[in-house]
Design a protein around this ligand. Structure first.
Ligand SMILES: Cc1cc2nc3c(=O)[nH]c(=O)nc-3n(C[C@H](O)[C@H](O)[C@H](O)COP(=O)(O)O)c2cc1C
Length: 400
């Protein structure tokens, strides 16, 4: 199933009559979960209203390289870096020719030169224009440079001609963008992921918990599903949308999570322990709400079962991956955890920095195995998750 959850897409709309279909492209991309920002060329503006695109994309439409406010923060570079994918749809003959020459005389072409994102081009023009040898050469050149060409359709055109050159169907454009993120790297594999925080009850209304949002675990779930794995999630307390394509088991406490994991673990190829499981719980949960009194209160804590260590020591164990959230001596502590818990790899993140880690949208991690330590540099949690899953697939499942 196609999916663009958490993907950031810049849609470039250039001067083809088919630009009137661009709001629908925005909708179809959003339907698959993407966030969309739009750049319109001068030509594009002639065929579609900025208001429609702004309302539908829920973002300001970018149409001017010389926008004073945006360029204070180097708006063209910011957009180029923000995008995971840039789709030009419709792509006019003129914009295609400019891309071939590396021109940068408007916002769209400048962003294209400045980006590392994947670029997709959906040409739309009169059939004779599309058949012109200059157009054929241009598209071939862009393809050679690594851009994807979304083939136009065949049929009756706005000018009355019949032939090839109609803008591809908006849903097909969105699906082809989603296909960029799907693979069969983990097809046939069963993956179990724990995520979110656990809640350890003190009394019927109070509990001990942590700041885990479940964002990293959910991003891993998307990445596993996109890589073709059958994915089961054991979900504690989270503040993100659930990945609907996974099997979901909700739990509250560390004890619930332990039981749910043990019930599912036998059939798994890979276990990713991403949940922030409470190490301790109150020795006793009070049946009634504890009342305030004058004496200071003490809660006696006892240790919870260690889910990852238990799974790593099963006779028939899956590949086991742990997460280490550290605030100091990061690599050293992660290596100690790897050894102590006997797991196959540890993903280390530094939770002392507010811009990465527990509740943020970005992360930077180290992928640590017995013999290796590799950094996966700061990026959105979704991109980090995809890189982790690629590494896991290559490291542990390549030959199977
Ligand atoms: C009514 C009209 C319809 C047009 N339709 C197309 C079209 O479908 N495809 C195309 O490549 N150019 C088309 N053009 C020409 C472009 O709009 C023109 O080349 C323009 O300079 C493109 O600018 P841009 O690439 O910066 O958006 C059309 C022009 C007009 C006046």
């Amino acid at each position: 199933m196609s999916d663009l959850t958490n993907k950031r897409i810049v849609l470039g709309v250039s001067g083809s009559i088919a630009a009137y279909k661009s709001p629908e492209i925005v909708r179809r991309l959003q339907d698959l979960g993407a966030e969309v920002r739009v750049i319109v060329t001068n030509g594009g503006r002639e065929f579609v209203s900025e208001r429609s695109l702004q309302t539908i994309s829920k973002n300001k439409v970018h149409d001017n390289l010389w926008d004073k406010e945006a360029e204070l923060a180097m708006g063209h570079i910011e957009l180029a870096k923000w995008a995971d994918v840039i789709i030009i749809a419709p792509a006019s003959a003129n914009t295609i020719a400019k891309l071939c020459h590396g021109r940068a005389d408007d916002l769209l072409t400048t962003v294209i030169l400045a980006t590392e994102a994947k670029i997709m081009i959906a040409p739309a023009m009169n059939q004779q224009m599309f058949a012109a040898s200059a157009m054929k050469d241009n598209l071939e050149l862009l393809q050679k440079r690594g851009m994807d060409i979304i083939k136009p359709g065949f049929g009756e055109q706005a000018c009355g001609d019949v032939g090839e050159g109609r803008l591809a169907d908006p849903l097909d454009i969105a699906k082809q963008a989603a296909d960029l993120f799907t693979s069969s790297l983990l097809s046939g594999k069963n993956i179990l992921i724990t995520l979110g925080g656990t809640k350890e009850s003190i009394d019927p209304v109070r509990f001990i918990s942590n700041h885990s949002s479940g964002k990293m675990g959910m991003a891993l779930a998307h990445a596993c599903i996109q890589a073709g794995a059958k994915t089961t999630l054991i979900v504690g307390s989270i503040s993100v949308d659930i990945e609907k394509r996974a099997e979901i088991i909700h739990v509250v406490s560390a004890e619930d999570m332990y039981k749910a994991v043990m019930k599912k673990i036998n059939s798994q190829d890979l276990f990713i322990s991403c949940a922030a499981v409470a190490d301790f719980k109150p020795k006793k949960m009070s049946k009634n709400k504890i009342k305030k009194n004058d004496s200071p209160m003490t809660i006696e804590l006892i240790e919870n079962k260690d889910i990852l260590a238990t799974v790593s020591q099963l006779e028939k164990k899956p590949i086991c991956i742990g997460f280490a959230a550290e605030t100091e001596n990061h690599i050293e502590n992660a290596r100690i955890k790897l050894k102590k818990k006997k797991c196959d790899a540890i993903i280390l993140n530094d939770v002392s920095k507010s811009e990465i880690g527990l509740n943020s949208n970005d992360n930077e991690v180290h992928f640590i195995t017995k013999n290796k330590s590799e950094i996966i540099e700061k990026n959105t949690k979704q991109i980090i998750a995809e890189k982790i899953i690629n590494k896991l697939a290559n490291y542990f499942f390549k030959s199977s």
